[in-house]
Structures are given as C-alpha cells and as structure tokens.
Design a protein around this ligand. Structure first.
Ligand SMILES: *Cc1c(COP(=O)(O)O)cnc(C)c1O
Length: 390
C-alpha cells in the first residue's frame, strides 16, 4: 500500500494544483530534486569532473537499479538524454535494406514514425501498419498474417500518448520472434506506471523517458537492449565512450548496451533519474499501478457523467492516461480553462498519432494523467471543473 500522506509530502507541487500531467512531465519527488540540485551545487564547488568521480559508485549502481526495474541485466541498460534519443540509437542500429519490412501499429508515435518513414525513403524498405482489433489494441492475428522473413523490425508503442490503451507486448514479441523479427518497445508512457520488464514481455529493445510516469528530471532517457538482440544490431552513433581508438585506423566498440551512450551527460540529471527509479521500486510497481488505475477509473467514471463529454480511451486493458473531448469546444481552450481553475491537463493532437487519430476521426483530445500522488478528491475536483465549463 502507498501511504498518500507520505507521497504527497514528498511532492511539493501535489497540493497547490490538481496535477494531471504525468504523461507529459510529472512532478519529481523530493529525493529526485535533492539529488539533482545537490549535485549541481557540488559541481559549482569542485568542478564537474571531480563531482562525478565522487559519485562514481552511485552512477555505476544505477545500471543495476534500472536492471531491477526493467527486468534486464545491468549490462543491457544504457542511459541517454531522452526516450527519443534511446529509440533513435536503437532504431539506427537495426540493419535495414531494400525489400525489408518494418511493421508499426496504428498508435505509432509521431517521433518514431518520422525517422522510420524518413529512413524508409532513403533506404527503400517498406513500412506496413498492423491494424487494430475491435477493442482498439494491436490485432495480433493480423500481425501474424503480416509476419514473414521480410519483417526485420516490429515497432510497438506499449501505451500510446493519446489514450488509455495498453498494447499486448508479450503476444506481439512471441509472434514476431517466430520469424526472427526484432521488437522495439516504446515504453515511454508505461515505465513508472505499469510493470515494464524485458524478461516478462520478451521484447528485444525498450526505450523510455525519465520525466513522465517515472517522475525523473527532464532530459533523461533509458534504453534496454537484450543480449540476445545485441549481435544483430550495428551501432553507428558512437564516440569515445562507446568505443576505443585502439590503433591509428582501428576502433573497438563496447560490447554492452553502453555502446549506445555518449560520453557527455548531465550527471545531476542521471543521479536524479536513478533516484526516481529507486523511489518507484521502493513504493512497488504493482502498488503504483493499482493506485494509478483507481485514479484513472474514477476520473473516467466522473467524466462520463458530464453532459457533452466523450471519453475517448479504447482498448481491453487501460493505462492511467484519460482522454476526452467536450462537445463544441477546442481541446486547447478546455485545457486553458482548466488551468485557470488550477487543474493541470494537456492536449494531444493528430500529428502525434496520425494513423490512430485519422482512423477514429479525432483531431485532438484533452489528456489527464493522474499519478498516485493525486488524491481522489482532486480527481473529483477536476471532474467538477470540466462539468462547470457548460
Ligand atoms: C513522450 C513520448 C515519447 C518521446 O519521449 P521523449 O522523452 O520526449 O523523447 C515517445 N513515445 C511516446 C509514446 C511518448 O508518449
């Protein structure tokens, strides 16, 4: 059980506003804030290199912390400066040529679709969208029919940015592996609110961010590359951290996942990210998932009672992301009106998830993403404010 008094006391921003944007950029808990600010101060006292050396053991331990959180081995973990950087580093390393196929789902994220389509145009591989089933998640049967030896990669968004859906990652991975395709899981919206474990899901690669449900600092990301997939990848964006200049014309690359890291990094943010993962592990991911689910269900139930509001979440299994539209109102105007009443929500638009939004005929939605530090009373307050919009 999560003690609401403790987590709210740890979250300076939890009371001032009804904060419903953990899918955008959450409120870090005090241990994260202390770690980041403390390290910046230390850098100002003794310089960044010495300050980093003082924390070398903690930085090294961070790989183990994320290995525990994400069901991987410490040498399968890499740290980056965003989920997109993680995703791009892995995607760029997947060998793809003319005639190959990359499968995406209908909820593919814009930030992934753009590099996929851009590279497809240059290289000549084909991008095929796997349809969704009647409930809205990826249709695993349709996926099976599309899978053959041409398919080198399945790009799967675990929980999309624009709705409450959770895709069946394990089923996708086991189907894809039958034809030897790699599965790259975008866990940006699931890590920190749901269990995301490489060992349980069976996926090959996982990318995720620090600032969303994990409550880490901005400018942080993580990448898991399973050993079983590492041999089939060709890392290209390498530097003097990922490799070594061993002879005038010779380089040797690292063999662990840190080959996807670059030398320079914000050490303060890295320490903050590690603190965020420790905080989540201490609370327990299952306990977090249960709290988030109960807030999201309460919010959806309340919103469904409001005339003119349509809850837009689809799927068999739902995440903590709650999306809706208000009849006759622009989502951005709704967000701004909510902000005037101290309710922090955001919006999601067609360009972030073009295939899904086009198929459903939705231009934009209001998005609310309550974390465990939001009280049930605050959830009710948000519903009241929406109801009062008229
Ligand atoms: C936010 C988001 C990303 C990108 O994360 P960054 O940390 O901004 O790079 C990727 N995928 C999904 C589904 C997202 O919601």
């Amino acid at each position: 059980m999560i003690d609401p008094a403790v987590v709210r006391a740890d979250t300076p921003g939890a009371s001032a506003k009804v904060f419903l944007d953990s899918a955008g950029s959450s409120l870090p808990p005090r241990p994260v804030l202390d770690e980041v600010v403390g390290h910046l101060r230390r850098e100002a006292e003794i310089g960044g290199y010495v300050a980093a050396r003082e924390r070398a053991d903690d930085l090294e331990a961070g790989y183990g912390v994320f290995a525990s959180l994400m069901g991987a081995h410490p040498d399968e973990v890499a740290f980056t400066d965003s989920a997109t950087r993680s995703w791009l580093a892995a995607f760029d390393a997947v060998p793809l040529g003319p005639g190959d196929r990359v499968l995406v789902t209908e909820v593919e994220y814009g930030g992934n679709a753009i590099p996929i389509l851009h590279r497809a145009r240059e290289v000549g591989f084909e991008v095929v969208t796997v349809p969704s089933d009647a409930v809205g998640q990826v249709d695993v049967e349709a996926l099976r029919e599309l899978l053959d030896e041409r398919v080198k990669l399945v790009s799967l968004v675990h929980a999309p940015t624009n709705g409450g859906l959770v895709n069946p990652a394990r089923e996708v991975a086991s189907a894809a592996h039958e034809v030897g395709a790699l599965v790259l899981l975008d866990a940006c919206q699931s890590l920190g609110q749901l269990p995301v474990r490489a060992d349980e899901l069976g996926v090959d690669i996982i990318s995720a961010t620090g600032r969303k449900w994990l409550r880490g600092p901005r400018g942080t990301g993580v990448l898991v590359v399973r050993r079983s997939a590492a041999d089939r990848l060709r890392p290209r964006l390498v530097d003097l951290h990922s490799g070594e200049w061993v002879g005038p014309d010779e380089v040797e690359l690292r063999e662990d996942a840190r080959v996807y890291e670059l030398w320079e990094t914000s050490v303060a943010d890295r320490l903050g990210l590690i603190a965020a993962a420790r905080y989540a592990l201490d609370l327990g991911i299952d306990a977090i998932a249960a709290e988030v689910r109960s807030r999201a269900e309460r919010l959806r139930a309340g919103l469904r009672e409001v005339p003119g509001v349509e809850v837009r979440d689809i799927g068999a299994r739902l995440s903590g992301i709650v999306t809706f539209t208000v009849e006759g109102r622009d989502p951005v105007a709704v967000r701004d009106e909510l902000a005037r009443h101290d309710v922090v929500a955001t919006t999601s638009h067609l360009t972030s998830t073009r295939i899904d939004m086009t198929r459903r005929g939705v231009e934009g939605v209001v998005r609310m993403s309550p974390h465990y530090f939001v009280s049930p009373e605050q959830v009710d307050r948000a519903v009241e404010v929406v109801a009062a919009l008229g």
